[in-house]
Design a protein around this ligand. Structure first.
Ligand code: 7TS
Length: 405
């Protein structure tokens, strides 16, 4: 079954508007995707029919909210093929998931002199929390580089691992280069040396099938707002055996078993890591977003976006002065580029005036910019609702902007 973008687009009224009197072309789903009516309807239902706090009340609405919240945990488990719902922790998003692991794994397993390997293509969210932890613990960050095509230099990885290495942190898909990293291969190298693997799946979960067990990820993180769900909610998957050994990240309600002034015992997984009232509406909205993804079919989404990527790349390469960053064979629907002599910000600003939403700048991945010696790029990123016709409209707009400089 093929994806029908015409039908899909009916679920996204926000895309049917004009911006500056031009039909909106939304090529910024890597920053945040739009939400379909089905997700909006679920949130409306909660707000109008059964909002209540979860896990604590005896009344109907709170019970129903609790059931939906926990059903979503099962939906996430099934989506990523985790072994048990005890391994699914709801967070604010990818960034909080990384911070949780960096802090708590750090407390449990990192001593002075230990090393963490972080790839050169990471989003700041998968660099800075490790640096903070390393600073606290007296550990060291070691960089795994990528080549000029935007592929990790995996042949260098075994040499970077020492007896002090405790963890490797890597993106499943790069938000700038689009590279789909060979996570299973990295996991095999890591595990053969007793090293754990943290995978940032923020740019993967909405584009390709993810099986955390097949990938060999010890931890896997993603955000709902990049997968057609609400903002302010995300997921951390962690292997139970590791999570059990890690201390709670925050203290408060729901994460305790018993509290005495002489000492507190903690709740079982996953509640040990969910202190306080969580984003109830957001989590249930994420459940609706997962239903939406599964209904469309993740394989179908992948095929659709790959076709857009190929088509747009071929057309862009015909433009004089065009430089595309990220030429991996295995790439997701993200194209970062610059046009010779024009600043990315100027290009983005002019495109906006033509109704086209792209992102410009360093994309919170400064080391990638430093690798290429550039201040930024223009990035177009595709989602389930983008079409070949939008690319056909984008190209003359881009050419027009270029001609103005
Ligand atoms: N990791 C990757 C690979 C990302 O692309 C992003 C956000 C994050 C982590 C952080 O996610 P958050 O939901 O916690 O904010 N990336 C982008 C982007 O590319 N443009 O805007 C945000």
């Amino acid at each position: 079954m093929n994806l029908d973008p015409i039908k899909i687009r009916q679920d996204f009224p926000i895309l049917q508007q004009k911006i500056y009197n031009k039909p909106l072309i939304y090529f910024d789903s890597a920053a945040s995707s739009q939400r379909p009516l089905q997700v909006q309807e679920k949130i409306r239902q909660i707000d109008q029919e059964y909002y209540g706090n979860i896990h604590r009340a005896v009344h109907y609405m709170a019970d129903k909210a609790t059931a939906d919240y926990e059903t979503t945990r099962e939906k996430v488990r099934s989506l990523i093929n985790a072994g048990t719902t005890a391994e699914i922790i709801f967070t604010k998003g990818t960034t909080e998931s990384v911070n949780l692991v960096a802090w708590s794994f750090g407390e449990a397993f990192i001593s002075a002199g230990d090393e963490i390997i972080v790839s050169e293509m990471e989003h700041h969210s998968n660099i800075v929390p490790w640096q903070l932890m390393a600073g606290r613990k007296g550990a060291k960050i070691v960089m795994l580089p990528f080549n000029n095509k935007g592929e990790l230099e995996l042949d260098k990885l075994p040499g970077l691992i020492s007896e002090k290495t405790k963890l490797i942190a890597v993106a499943h898909v790069s938000n700038v280069l689009g590279t789909v990293n060979p996570v299973a291969e990295i996991a095999a190298i890591a595990h053969a040396r007793g090293v754990k693997l943290f995978v940032d799946g923020a740019q993967a979960i909405q584009h390709l099938p993810v099986d955390v067990q097949a990938l060999g990820a010890d931890f896997y993180a993603f955000s709902a707002h990049k997968m057609y769900g609400p903002n302010g909610v995300g997921v951390l998957y962690g292997r139970k055996e590791l999570l059990e050994q890690m201390p709670p990240y925050q203290g408060g309600g729901e994460m305790i078993s018993e509290v005495r002034f002489s000492g507190t015992t903690f709740n079982e997984l996953p509640y040990k890591f969910e202190a306080g009232t969580p984003n109830i509406t957001g989590v249930i909205g994420l459940g609706a977003a997962i239903d939406y993804l599964l209904e469309a079919g993740i394989e179908n989404i992948s095929v659709h976006e790959q076709a857009l990527l190929k088509y747009a790349t071929e057309k862009l390469m015909q433009i004089p002065g065009m430089k595309i960053y990220g030429e991996s064979k295995n790439k997701s629907g993200v194209i970062s580029f610059n046009v010779e002599g024009i600043h990315s910000f100027d290009l983005g600003t002019m495109l906006d005036k033509m109704g086209i939403a792209v992102r410009t700048g360093h994309h919170c991945a400064d080391p990638v910019m430093q690798h290429f010696g550039i201040p930024g790029t223009v990035r177009m990123s595709f989602g389930i609702y983008n079409t070949r016709e939008e690319i056909d409209a984008f190209l003359p707009a881009l050419k027009k902007v270029i001609s103005l400089f």
